[in-house]
Design a protein around this ligand. Structure first.
Ligand SMILES: [Zn+2]
Length: 405
């Protein structure tokens, strides 16, 4: 097995989460009876380029199929983040009605709706038709496909070279990262900019965010590794910003080689990564111990309170990794509440915990509510303040066990 960027042999395990079902494959009642497909979830680090990556390829067509149930517009804070980005980037790049903006993985149009409102010509690329259809209902143009050099060439032929190409939480999701970046290079106008947001590997390690490891993520990215990939494809990272989204992300600004001067932020963040040890193998090899500690503390909490009524909030991919790795089932957690209508009355993959509407919280009056998407813990606990009336407490397992209320 070889590194998908530099082709070096992959010998070192970063995280081994054993066997796991696909995180976003929610089950209906009938499929509970069938044998569920589980796949190894083992992550390696390349000791030459530091790209952290999965060993085995699950076909992307299977992961991002028509039943894909992740709708970006479900999170209010994510919508606000996107709206702020749109006004910032229009100013920063002087975008106007003659510009063209392309968003890769445009999902349900959560971001392009603001671009459209600002009168900037734009279109999205999105392989999952469940989300693309929602975007189209908003009047947004969507090409339903996977992005790479093949599609970039097609788009070029139809005059779609872009002033801005953006992609939020997509770079880590592509199996062939080199082909993806080469595609970006092809589609970008000579003076154009690419911005990409992705969770920062530095935070994943620092804050024990092992639940962000699932089959949809093919790589886990540092600026150290990403810089090498973009440079090899004839692109420069000219700026980096840190973001608080998804537990600590980064946004990179990319241009063709030597077009814009590099902001000192780039050297600073690389320095920070080196100081943390992202250029030494030992840092990566110690991560599995941190995972085991989170697992033990979470299981101890559940065991201690097993006579209480415990539920969870947020049927997201993250939660599935945590629950499955900790072997938590529906006998411990009664149900998980979610806002997305597409998930209601289904079951979490692996743990088979039923997904219900929020009103069930009022009926059951649980003692503990485990907030699975810890990155929006405050947003959710605020929304569930009413549960404090009967003394419910809010629990979070990552970065370490926390009980509030
Ligand atoms: Zn490598």
């Amino acid at each position: 097995m070889r590194c998908r960027f530099c082709n070096n042999d992959l010998n070192y395990v970063f995280a081994d989460l054993k066997e796991a079902p696909l995180s976003n494959s929610y089950l209906d009642k009938a499929s509970l009876l069938k044998q569920e497909e589980k796949l190894p979830l083992k992550i390696f680090v390349c000791q030459k380029c530091w790209l952290v990556q999965v060993d085995e390829m699950k076909k992307t067509e299977e992961i991002f199929d028509n039943s894909y149930a992740y709708f970006s517009s479900m999170s209010q804070s994510w919508l606000q983040h996107s709206q702020e980005y749109v006004s910032m980037i229009i100013d920063y790049l002087n975008l106007n009605q003659d510009s063209l903006v392309t968003e890769i993985a445009s999902n349900d149009g959560y971001l392009l709706q603001y671009m459209q409102q600002a009168g900037i010509p734009c279109f999205g690329i999105e392989p999952t038709s469940s989300t693309a259809n929602v975007a189209k209902q908003k009047g947004i143009k969507v090409v339903e496909d996977f992005f790479g050099t093949r599609l970039a060439n097609q788009l070029l032929e139809s005059g779609k070279a872009s002033d801005l190409i953006l992609g939020n939480n997509v770079l880590a999701h592509v199996p062939n990262i080199k082909d993806f970046v080469q595609g970006l290079k092809l589609l970008l106008k000579p003076q154009g900019t690419i911005t990409l947001e992705f969770p920062h590997l530095l935070n994943l390690i620092k804050y024990n965010q092992f639940d962000t490891i699932y089959h949809e993520h093919f790589s886990y990215l540092s600026i150290l590794a990403v810089t090498q990939i973009f440079n090899a494809c004839g692109l420069d990272i000219y700026n980096v910003e840190k973001l608080s989204t998804h537990g600590g992300s980064v946004r990179i600004y990319v241009c063709h080689k030597k077009i814009f001067a590099q902001n000192p932020n780039v050297a600073d963040i690389i320095e920070e990564e080196k100081n943390f040890g992202l250029n030494t193998l030992q840092t990566y090899l110690k991560f599995q111990n941190k995972i085991e500690k989170v697992k033990k503390d979470f299981c101890d909490f559940l065991n201690l309170h097993k006579d209480k009524k415990i539920i969870a909030y947020g049927a997201a991919a993250k939660g599935n990794t945590l629950l499955n790795y900790c072997e938590v089932k529906a006998d411990i957690i009664d149900f998980v509440v979610d806002k997305a209508p597409s998930k209601i009355n289904k079951y979490l993959p692996g743990s088979h915990i039923p997904i219900v509407e929020e009103e069930q919280i009022l009926k059951l009056k649980p003692d503990y509510i485990i907030i699975l998407p810890w990155n929006i813990f405050d947003e959710i606990t605020e929304q569930l303040t009413y549960a404090k009336q009967w003394g419910a407490k809010f629990v979070c397992a990552i970065p370490e066990i926390k009980i509030e209320g």
